[in-house]
Design a protein around this ligand. Structure first.
Ligand SMILES: Nc1ncnc2c1ncn2[C@@H]1O[C@H](COP(=O)(O)OP(=O)(O)OP(=O)(O)O)[C@@H](O)[C@H]1O
Ligand SMILES: [Mg+2]
Length: 255
């Protein structure tokens, strides 16, 4: 089968909450192996769109095609198993486990093994040592190695973001949706996060679709930007085209 140039195709996606049209007729395509950005003012529908794509938003209208397959209405774990991972705007971690155990847990779910034994190193099998090694490598790349032994409830919001990123990266997804990966993170670290995302993309061919409010950092690393406003995509293009677009400027200044 010839692979399509686009790994994700959305057609006419709409999602309403009562009278609020959170997502209102969105059609877009994300190129395979690229880094795409999704920007827009607060409440413009960005997270809702990611929830729709990843199967966590319940009923919606329109069509979602991922890697040549229509995934509308599939449960989120099935979508994840197809290679579409995501992180949440508000991190969800398992408390009562160490940071390393949390990262490994995500890798195990991807491989469909029993997640319940992940926290117990003495019960790891050979594949699990490999998983632990990959988890440690990923945490080193994101500069959170010093957190291995900490309990997940002891770390900061920014560290939690990084942890969540390490978490999904070791699952080796085809595509990742990241909802504000640098929120609550120090500016220098935000740069590092994007640098490591870009490195990962170029080395592995993983496609990234990233919601981000820090436009300066985002624009340095993305190939393509979509601008959302009141549930619609009002503009798309290369970062240098987007910064000059009057409609985009108005959407932000109109806040
Ligand atoms: N579960 C929900 N129930 C009711 N309204 C919701 C729900 N989720 C989102 N909304 C509304 O839908 C609209 C879009 O919200 P969404 O969270 O998708 O925006 P966003 O672009 O991610 O914003 P932010 O940049 O602040 O994260 C908002 O008006 C929001 O209040
Ligand atoms: Mg959001």
């Amino acid at each position: 089968m010839v692979q399509s140039e686009y790994i994700l195709n959305l057609e006419n996606i709409s999602k309403a909450f009562g009278p609020i049209r959170a997502v209102d007729g969105v059609s877009l395509s994300v190129r395979r192996g690229s880094i795409a950005g999704l920007i827009g003012p607060n409440g413009s529908g960005k997270s809702t769109l990611f929830n729709v794509i990843s199967g966590t938003e319940g009923k919606f209208s329109g069509s979602v095609v991922f890697d040549g397959k229509r995934i509308n209405g599939m449960p989120s774990h099935k979508i994840f198993a197809l290679g579409l991972g995501r992180t949440f705007q508000t991190p969800r971690l398992f408390t009562g486990m160490t940071v390393l155990e949390n990262v490994m847990l995500a890798g195990k779910r991807q491989e469909g093994e029993n997640p319940l034994i992940a926290p117990f190193p003495e019960r790891w099998e050979s594949g699990e040592e490999d998983l632990a090694r990959r988890a440690q490598e990923q945490m080193k790349a994101l500069e959170i190695s010093q957190l291995y032994e900490k309990n997940s409830s002891e770390i900061s919001g920014g560290q939690m973001k990084l942890l969540q990123l390490a978490n999904v990266l070791i699952g080796d997804p085809k595509m990742l949706l990241l909802d504000e990966p640098t929120a609550g993170v120090a500016p220098r670290l935000a740069q590092d996060i994007f640098a490591s995302i870009e490195k990962h993309c170029r080395e592995t061919g993983t496609t990234f679709f990233i919601i981000e409010h820090r436009l300066q950092v985002l624009f340095k690393h993305v190939d393509h930007v979509f601008v959302m406003h009141q549930g619609r995509i009002i503009s798309e293009g290369k970062p240098d085209e987007i910064v000059k677009n009057q409609e985009v400027i108005d959407a932000y200044l109109g806040e």
